[in-house]
Structure formats: structure tokens, C-alpha cells
Design a protein around this ligand. Structure first.
Ligand SMILES: Nc1nc(=O)c2c([nH]1)NC[C@@H]1CN(c3ccc(C(=O)N[C@@H](CCC(=O)O)C(=O)O)cc3)CN21
Ligand SMILES: CC(C)C(=O)C(=O)O
Ligand SMILES: [Mg+2]
Length: 263
């Protein structure tokens, strides 16, 4: 199987083929993710919660992200590797460019930033420096203290329009992918059809171009999980089997079901 990249993912959207992404933080799991046929790996700052035991993603450092990105990149060859820029690492365009460069040098193929149109200058600069960008809108966990909790976003019409406008702005600035987290499925469907770039949902319903889940959530080893999680270890014979069933369920459209989505 040939390497996944931004063009092959864009082609999947154009051909209406869904693809899966999963978070991953080390070489052993990266090898299993690759064998399961999963196209995209997110080295998520969720590692602050699932690996480090913090109650938010805020304490995660760029050096943590670089370390886990390097671990993942040694374990796989085919999937595209996207690394989260952690809280406080992209407050200015210069800081953003320097920290993104360090993640790319560690083995990332793309970086992900949480936020809207205010990131457009940074996105243009990253692209000019050879760094593709994935946006992240809706529930942006690095803003949990501003949002007042991990809550669904975009329920009111004015907020839904703001998220759509931000999505269009990020695409126009050159974002290659967009993650949409915890928004009503109708809004996610609207944004997915308004954008040319692939939209990857988590708690965003079944009509996005792709899905992402946190590895530990889909393996059933997270203590308390959100509504959008399905435990793929249940009824699987191994971790490899669970990852394969996750990929199949996303590609064939059976995950997420209504019970994993917000109206
Ligand atoms: N293990 C893990 N999984 C994740 O998906 C995840 C992390 N960690 N850490 C970073 C963020 C935090 N995330 C979260 C955490 C909790 C909810 C949650 O409990 N949501 C409620 C929705 C409440 C509402 O109705 O507004 C839910 O019931 O799903 C959602 C996303 C997603 N990310
Ligand atoms: C939940 C996903 C989208 C993420 O950003 C992470 O794992 O850090
Ligand atoms: Mg993240």
C-alpha cells in the first residue's frame, strides 16, 4: 500500500470514500494502526490526559509532542502523521513557525492547530515554510477554561454560523484538513459539503469525510468516555482486530451511529 498524503486524502473526499484517523503516541501502537489499514495518525495532545494523567491538555509541552511524534514515526511508514501543536505553542506567528518546525523535524507530516480565522496568518506562513496544516473547530479542548467544560458547540444559529465562517476562512488560508469536534450532525454535514478539504469528525455525526477517535477510548481502557465513543475491543479478539474493526466501521459508514452523535 502506498503512503498516504494530503493529495490521496483529498482524492478520497472527491470520490466519496471515507477514511479513519486514530490517535497514537508510540511505535508499537503505530505498527498496529498501520497494519489495520488506518490512513491517518494523530499524535494528539490528548496524551496529556491519557498518558500523563492530567485533567486537561493544557500542561502538554512541545517537547512532549516532539518525543511522541518521533516514537510514532519509527513505528509506521504508510499513515500520514499529524501532530497537535500544544496549548501556548502558537500564540504568535513566529512562535508557531518555530514550534511547528520542531514537530516536523520529529517526523510529523502536518501539524494541527485549534482555533478560527485568527490563525490564518500562521497557516499561510506554515504553508510557505513547507508545513501543511489541519484546523480544529467546534469543541477545542485547549479552550476548556473559556468554554466552561467539554460541551457540544454550535447549537445556537449564531454560533453555528461562526463555526462555518471560521471553517471557510481556514480553508481559504490554506488548511489541508479540518477536525470538527462535538458539533450537531447537521452543522457538520453543512460544513463538510461547503468545504473542498476533507473534514474529520469526532462527535460530529456520520456525514463528515472521515472520523477520529482517541486510541485508548476505542480500546475501552478510558475510565469515563464521551457519548461519541464506541468500544471496539468489545467482541474483538485482539487489539489489532479492534483497530481493524474501527477502520472497517468508519470506511463502510456504520460508525458513528445515531447514538454517538448530537442532534
Ligand atoms: N480520552 C480522551 N478522549 C477524547 O476524546 C479527548 C481527550 N481524552 N482529551 C482531549 C479532548 C477532551 N474531549 C472531550 C472530553 C469530554 C467530552 C464530553 O464528556 N462530552 C459530553 C457532551 C456534553 C454535552 O452534551 O455538551 C458527552 O456526553 O459526550 C467531550 C470531549 C475530547 N478529547
Ligand atoms: C480528540 C482529537 C481530535 C485531538 O485533538 C486529540 O486527541 O488531542
Ligand atoms: Mg488535541
Amino acid at each position: 500500500m502506498s503512503k498516504v498524503n494530503i493529495l490521496s486524502l483529498l482524492a478520497k473526499k472527491q470520490n466519496q470514500q471515507k477514511f479513519a484517523m486514530v490517535t497514537c503516541y508510540d511505535a508499537s501502537f503505530a505498527q498496529l494502526v498501520e497494519k489495520a489499514g488506518i490512513d491517518a495518525i494523530l499524535v494528539g495532545d490528548s496524551l496529556g490526559m491519557v498518558l500523563q494523567g492530567h485533567d486537561s491538555t493544557l500542561p502538554v509541552a512541545v517537547s512532549d509532542m516532539a518525543y511522541h511524534t518521533a516514537c510514532v514515526s519509527r513505528g509506521c511508514h504508510r499513515p500520514v502523521i499529524i501532530s497537535d501543536m500544544p496549548f501556548g505553542s502558537y500564540n504568535t506567528t513566529e512562535q508557531c513557525l518555530n514550534n511547528a518546525t520542531s514537530l516536523m523535524r520529529s517526523g510529523a507530516h502536518m501539524v494541527k492547530l485549534e482555533g478560527g480565522s485568527w490563525l490564518c496568518d500562521s497557516i499561510r506562513q506554515l504553508n510557505r515554510a513547507g508545513i501543511p496544516v489541519c484546523g480544529h473547530l467546534g469543541l477545542t479542548p485547549q479552550s476548556v477554561n473559556v468554554l466552561g467544560g467539554y460541551r457540544i458547540q454550535g447549537r445556537e444559529d449564531s454560533q453555528a454560523k461562526a463555526i462555518l465562517d471560521d471553517a471557510l476562512a481556514l480553508e481559504a488560508a490554506g488548511a489541508a484538513l479540518l477536525v470538527l469536534e462535538c458539533v450537531p450532525r447537521k452543522l457538520a454535514a453543512e460544513i463538510t459539503s461547503a468545504l473542498k478539504i476533507p473534514v474529520i469528525g469526532i462527535g460530529a455525526g456520520n456525514e463528515t469525510d472521515a472520523q477520529v477517535l482517541v486510541l485508548h477510548d476505542l480500546l475501552g481502557i478510558t475510565e469515563k468516555t464521551a457519548r461519541f465513543v464506541r468500544n471496539f475491543a468489545e467482541g474483538s479478539s485482539s487489539i489489532a482486530d479492534a483497530l481493524g474493526r474501527y477502520n472497517d466501521a468508519v470506511v463502510n459508514g456504520s460508525f458513528p451511529a445515531d447514538e454517538h452523535s448530537f442532534d
